[in-house]
Design a protein around this ligand. Structure first.
Ligand code: ADE
Length: 443
């Protein structure tokens, strides 16, 4: 697998810099937009690994929500891009590092901790109101910007939550459940909102105490403490905040305090400023197709002279994500009057594929019509000039140099089609088309 390195140019737009973070599914790199010099954090997710966890639908749904949200305390998702093996997220770059680096120098004063907690609750409340739950709120997801404001990262990507090595004063072993709600540990069906509130409570405790509320060298003992909410507030905490923490770290999600009630709590309300949140309409819409509007495609088209009358259908990042082994492709490839017989990928340009298809079709006595919508219709006539075999070849553009080609039998005797396709056309196209991996149709 190709590895992205420092200095690499991604999608002709982003120059990659140093590695900011790494996990099982993803790596995060610093990146700079070549044209504007704006800084970004590029999160690269390994598609194969993601498919294996079977959470594509949830991720797609949540990303589609996140593309619309803009909140001052949430790391903004600007763009989703994709290649054959990776999904790329261009995220707002947050300069100030992790919030918890601050706590490793000692616990925070209540007023300082309150400001971060208020910002955390604002972000969480905002996402919950849009049906998005984080499920993995933990120190490395809390960053600070240049102005010392909290930014929560990975909202909407939490289905990819993973165990990460954690080091430093406040963290314990690999994949610590320290921030995870008891009902999540118990693997019961759980309410995402209540689980996030619990994690916020653990975060608040750590900010104020400088250590974790539930900790034990023995993991089973730690689980037990979490399940029973067995913790003690340090004596330097005000009774007001002790009461709030106790209401949040309630092991029963049904009686645990809600966000609405946290916002009414006297400790929380002190000096609380509600920031103006841009309305969804004002926020930057995420254009997945823009991922493929790169210079590369324009230049390749110019160089090769695109077939004007036949433009391949562009697939967006989510369609591409769907092109996975074992994924149900039926929605993507359902067309009226057309039975999909085989699917292939090609690393050639659209014009090159079309020219080759025309050449091969003519070689075997088929006439070719460009039907628009990325469809090339190939027909064979009988002696009385009646169509006796008709095949549609549909072209989907993934990038300018990577296409999906679908073969549909529109009107043909199956045996005649199979003979023509398998014995003649497919071998002639072998250098151009590779069977789509995992596609049972492409056999
Ligand atoms: N590490 C992970 N995500 C980041 C981001 N958005 N900005 C800076 N560092 C990060």
């Amino acid at each position: 697998m190709r590895t992205e390195r420092k200095g690499c140019i991604l999608m002709q737009r982003y120059e990659l810099g140093r590695l900011l973070g790494q996990g099982t599914f993803a790596k995060v790199y610093y990146a700079r937009n070549i044209r504007t010099s704006q800084s970004f954090a590029i999160k690269m997710i390994d598609k194969d690994k993601v498919f294996k966890v079977g959470l594509m639908d949830q991720i797609k749904r949540e990303i589609s929500v996140m593309r619309l949200v803009k909140h001052p305390n949430i790391v903004q998702l600007y763009e989703v891009m994709a290649s054959k093996s990776k999904i790329y997220f261009a995220l707002e770059y947050i300069r100030g590092g992790e919030l918890f680096a601050k706590v490793s120098n000692g616990r925070l004063k209540e007023d300082v901790a309150r400001k971060y907690f208020q910002q955390l609750i604002s972000a969480v409340d905002f996402c919950h109101s849009r049906g998005v739950y984080h499920r993995d709120l933990k120190p490395e997801n809390l960053l600070l910007d240049d102005n010392g404001n909290l930014k929560v990262s990975d909202f909407g990507l939490s289905a990819l939550a993973e165990s990460k090595r954690q080091d430093g004063l406040l963290h314990t072993t690999c994949g610590t459940p320290a921030y995870v709600a008891p009902e999540v540990i118990a693997r019961k069906g759980y309410d995402g909102a209540k689980a996030d509130i619990w994690s916020c409570g653990v975060i608040l405790f750590v900010l104020l105490a400088g250590y974790l509320p539930f900790h034990d060298a023995n993991l089973m003992e730690m689980y037990r403490k979490i399940t029973k909410a067995e913790f003690r507030c340090p004596n330097w905490l005000s009774s007001d905040v002790k009461r709030l923490i106790t209401r949040i770290l309630d092991p029963n999600p049904l009686t645990r305090i809600s966000i609405a009630k946290i916002k009414e709590h006297s400790w929380f309300k002190k000096d609380f400023v509600t920031e103006k949140i841009k309305s969804e309409n004002e926020s930057i819409p995420l254009d997945c197709n823009a991922a493929f509007d790169c210079l590369e495609s324009n230049e390749a088209e110019k160089k090769e002279g695109r077939h004007d009358s036949l433009k391949p259908i562009r697939l967006n990042a989510f369609d591409i994500i769907s092109l996975s082994t074992g994924f149900d492709l039926s929605g993507l490839f359902e067309h009226a009057n057309c039975r999909s017989e085989a699917r292939f990928t090609s690393s050639k340009s659209a014009s090159a594929i079309i020219s080759k298809l025309e050449e091969v079709a003519k070689l075997f006595g088929l006439t070719v019509k460009k039907k628009g919508d990325g469809v090339l219709r190939m027909e064979q006539y009988d002696d009385s000039r009646m169509v006796d075999l008709s095949i549609d070849v549909k072209l989907f553009e993934i990038t300018s140099q990577f296409h999906l080609v679908e073969i549909c039998k529109t009107d043909a005797d199956t045996l005649a089609y199979q003979k023509l396709w398998n014995d003649y056309m497919r071998p002639a196209l072998a250098d151009f088309l590779s069977p789509l991996q995992g596609d049972h149709l492409a056999s």
